[in-house]
Ligand binder design. Structure first.
Ligand code: SF4
Ligand code: SF4
Ligand code: SF4
Length: 173
């Protein structure tokens, strides 16, 4: 569903490319830092990181830069560090607001129902393969119609509900 990759995803992909193609294990700091860097980037992408993790990422990059034995190792952390500086707002949004405006970090996305637009037609509940939608079809004479909501813990972000909602009541944030 994403059209453009966010800065965090781009940084993640670039660093992963380095680990897959160039990381050789000759020096310990570069080798030891890789799983820590990947862990922070993956947590940022799924909304499990904090601002302190972003600071830690910068510290790790700075340490590896001065100890790396080759230009590939230096370049990998220098690029990552530069990405954090250039796109600080994007990194902060992932860490603090748990948001990915480009929607390229699918695990961080929240599908939610806008009650103002929802006509309680029940289509989303019917198609949801995860049983993540709860609610009851609208009954005119009832005052206690149960509104439709998406249980975030159950949602697998498959977008099936999005496709059937004719009222554009499902928002992805
Ligand atoms: S800095 Fe270079 S030599 Fe050292 S482990 Fe990383 S890729 Fe290998
Ligand atoms: S498909 Fe849309 S309008 Fe129908 S219940 Fe779901 S959110 Fe509401
Ligand atoms: S995105 Fe998929 S899993 Fe989540 S509420 Fe919609 S249909 Fe269910």
């Amino acid at each position: 569903m994403s059209e453009a990759l966010c800065a965090v995803t781009r940084a993640y992909q670039e660093y992963m490319e380095f680990t897959e193609e160039q990381l050789c294990g000759r020096c310990i700091p570069c080798m030891a830092a890789a799983p820590m860097i990947i862990d922070v980037l993956e947590r940022l992408r799924r909304g499990d990181a904090t601002a302190a993790d972003v600071d830690q990422l910068e510290r790790i990059c700075a340490e590896v830069y001065v100890t790396a034995l080759c230009k590939h190792g230096q370049k990998a952390v220098a690029n990552l560090s530069q990405a954090v500086k250039d796109y600080r707002e994007a990194f902060s949004l992932h860490a603090e607001a748990k948001r990915c405006p480009e929607r390229s970090c699918t695990e961080i996305l929240r599908y939610q129902i806008n009650p103002e637009r929802c006509t309680q037609c029940d289509r989303c509940r019917e198609v949801c393969p995860a049983g993540a939608v709860v609610g009851e079809p609208y009954v005119p004479y009832r005052a206690d119609n149960y509104p439709y909501v998406i249980i975030q813990e159950k949602c697998t972000r498959c977008s099936a509900c999005l496709e059937v909602c004719a009222d554009k009541a499902i928002e992805v944030v």
